[in-house]
Design a protein around this ligand. Sequence first.
Ligand code: AMP
Length: 224
Amino acid sequence: MARPGLNVVMLGPPGAGKGTQASRLARHYDVPKVSTGDILRESAVAGTALGLEARERIDQGNLVSDEVAIGIIRERLSRHDVALGFILDGFPRTVGQAEALDEMMQKRSPLTVLHLVVPVDVLVGRLHARRVCGVCGTNADPTKPDVGVCASCGGALVTRADDDERVVRNRLQIYEDRTAPLVQYYRDRPTFFTIDGNQAPDAVAAALQGAMASAMSVAQGGAR
Ligand code: AMP
């Protein structure tokens, strides 16, 4: 039987490893990773109206409006390269966004939702230490010495403005208030999986691939 579309949502708080693991899954299953945060940051650097408006909200750790976030995803998911699937990183972040996404999925394979769980003190520590490439946006490997340049493209490593301690606290609070209710929203679906994100990245990746295999079997009508 043909592989069902891999329409994946990575759910979890800032610092849970969604971006890193979404990139790995995207490479493994050969489907695009779609990150609303990356798209918004790129728009801010390009100086588009959308980006300039979003920049202040991003730097303060506040969400952009549902209308903006949904508009970005609606446009991105209408392109051909996601016909066989996508890995969403950072969307949906509110129940309104999740409802809009369900509507967009009506003629596609069901969503697989991968919920990464990490204790809050670990999240704060990770975000505080996080260094990202100022050019390509890749996260630096925290287990390697910080040599100041990106291992992928050689660009200079920087600290994201929204990884500042005060902003991190705001982002975690917003996650609790606006995004954590999505666990409730999705958790009764047969393609919802909770994964312990407080493990070595390779162990998290293996657990995520195990969940993906179960999701594909559910989508093909098999037992979970
Ligand atoms: P991220 O890279 O996913 O941590 O996103 C960085 C910032 O972009 C967030 O703190 C928000 O300001 C904004 N953002 C990204 N995705 C969304 C979304 N789905 N809804 C609202 N704001 C978002």
